[in-house]
Write a protein that binds this ligand. Structure first.
Ligand code: MSP
Length: 511
């Protein structure tokens, strides 16, 4: 069984912003965790290239949509490599391979008698690529997400019979595990309860899209096209892709991780489209909140957009990952505050974890000939062993239900307790009495061992930092041995060499 996890396919109107980095980091962390617990993971990301929004952007730039998309897609791909994102597939919706899937899917939906020609009238937000539910004074109403006026549309379009699937969709969204967190589920339940309306799946005024067979001038509506990117990505390496081949690679997706603004598409429209094509619906739609900056919405007009490239070059990958994962509860909105960011990194990573390792390793090297002490009580019970066991248990429970912030906090608590244990036991005082030597060996071993477990638990969250901790302890993590097995107490080898300590993370300065 393959575990399939997806990010949204990002619009290529601009380079990645902090919101897209956030979603992708969370997905990456889940994908890494699932691999560590032994799942066969397929992590899909990619770009959404068609539609009016992209067509207009290319026009503004005075270039062909295709060249514009080539350029920005490359930026996305390289960007995820720079962030060390462990994606398996990067799908482009302008690829031929994807076009084959869209056409085949359309034929299936058509043969279910779910397509008809109608007239679409309404107020449209080009930024969202979505008709809005008739807000008051629509001509002056600004889309709250894009801060732009809506546009009036009145054209002949092909429609998909969404209304036919009212009952099926109600059943799906009422399953507690389908939409998470619960606040997101309630939003959708209320929306569906108002009655589902058919939606248009083609456009006549957009040339930058996949042509609809037998309907001159019609291209597929960008969302109809883009959602299918998840399916084409499953088997994107072949030239002769087909629905059956993609499905055989492990469809349905286990998790679509998305922001709350695109929940309806994923939790309502998409499952109905899939049922119509006789395909399985995704197992879970995980909707995260929005990021703000110092309490304000981020936007170009406000001039407060946080450039992820700048963050990466200034602070590095792990600090940003740690902040976004640990400080924001998935599902809630989160605020990026510069001072809070610096404080959290310095407290959690540099002081609580980094210093703990550094000073304990230095003591051990100084007193025990550059080695891990020979602890004769590895098998006995001790406070730290108890804390570590609990932290591991809770961490796994939290991760399994995608509470990544709580999992990260478990690691931090273990590090705090380990510092307390060290400070309460004061081995630097005990070492002065020769008789205390066995006790000092036990204390130092326990702290190093707890640090080893902290490092391992950090692996899916902050991989670089985790591997630095591992190196500092003599590279004892073995990829070929199950990760969970290595989380048990007592694996650090007595008398093994401890490399010279190096700070694993530098303190950040607040400017
Ligand atoms: N192209 C569509 C998705 C199609 S999926 C088949 C799209 N793209 S997007 O680039 O506009 O948005 C991608 C993701 O970024 C969405 O999940 C959206 O919620 C998220 N975010 C956009 N701004 C955000 C914040 N300020 N904060 C957090 N996430 C945000 O929608």
């Amino acid at each position: 069984m393959t575990f399939v996890i997806t990010t949204p396919l990002y619009y290529v109107n601009d380079k990645p912003h902090l919101g897209s980095v956030y979603t992708t980091i969370i997905c990456d962390s889940i994908a890494r965790y699932k691999r560590l617990v032994g799942e066969d993971v397929l992590f899909i990301t990619g770009v959404d290239e068609h539609g009016l929004k992209i067509q207009r952007k290319a026009n503004e730039m005075g270039i062909e949509p295709k060249s514009h998309c080539d350029e920005i897609s490359k930026v996305f791909n390289t960007n995820w490599e720079n962030w060390d994102i462990s994606f398996d597939k990067f799908i482009r919706t302008s690829s031929n391979n994807h076009k084959l899937i869209v056409n085949e899917f359309y034929e299936r939906v058509k043969s279910s008698d779910d397509i008809y020609m109608g007239v679409q009238k309404g107020w449209y937000c080009v930024g969202c690529e979505e008709f809005k539910d008739n807000p008051e004074n629509s001509s002056t109403y600004k889309c709250p997400i894009h801060q732009k006026n809506l546009e009036w549309k009145n054209e002949e379009n092909l429609f998909f019979r969404l209304s036919k699937y009212q009952k099926e969709i109600e059943e799906i969204i009422n399953q507690p595990s389908f939409i998470e967190p619960i606040e997101r589920r309630n939003e959708i339940i209320n929306f569906v309860a108002k009655g589902l309306k058919d939606f248009s799946i083609s456009r006549t005024n957009v040339s930058w899209g996949i042509p609809v067979p037998d309907h001159d001038k019609h291209t597929f509506y960008v969302w109809f096209d883009a959602l299918l990117g998840y399916v084409s990505a499953m088997n994107s390496d072949t030239k002769d892709n087909s629905l059956e081949k993609s499905i055989n690679k492990g469809w349905p997706a286990d998790i679509h991780l998305i922001g709350k603004d695109i929940l309806r598409f994923h939790a309502v429209y998409w499952p109905a489209m899939l049922i119509s094509a006789d395909m399985k619906v995704p197992k879970k739609v995980l909707g995260h909140g929005f990021l703000t900056r110092e309490g304000q919405k981020m936007g170009k007009s406000l001039g407060n957009v946080l450039d992820p490239d700048l963050l990466l070059s200034k602070y590095g990958n792990d600090p940003v990952r740690w902040y976004l994962i640990k400080d924001i509860s998935l599902g809630n909105d989160g605020d990026f505050q510069d001072k809070r960011f610096v404080d959290i990194i310095n407290n959690d990573l540099a002081n609580t974890i980094g210093n703990l390792l550094n000073r304990t390793s230095s003591m051990s090297r100084k007193w025990f000939d550059n080695k891990v002490p020979n602890n004769e009580k590895i098998l006995g019970e001790n406070k730290l062993k108890f804390y570590a066991k609990n932290a591991v248990k809770n961490y796994i429970q939290h991760f399994n239900i995608y509470k990544l912030d709580l999992a990260a906090n478990e690691v931090l608590s273990l590090a705090i307790n380990t510092n307390l244990y060290l400070n309460n036991n004061q081995p630097w005082v005990l070492i002065k009495e020769k008789d205390n030597l066995p006790l000092v060996k036990e204390i130092i071993y326990n702290v190093l061992e707890s640090t080893r477990i902290i490092g391992l638990l950090l692996l899916p969250l902050v991989p670089e930092l985790s591997s630095k901790i591992n190196e500092q302890l003599g590279s004892i993590y073995k990829e070929e041995i199950p990760w969970e097995q290595q989380l048990s107490w007592g694996i650090l080898v007595s008398n093994s060499i401890l490399p010279k300590p190096n700070p694993i993370i530098n303190k950040l300065e607040y400017e």
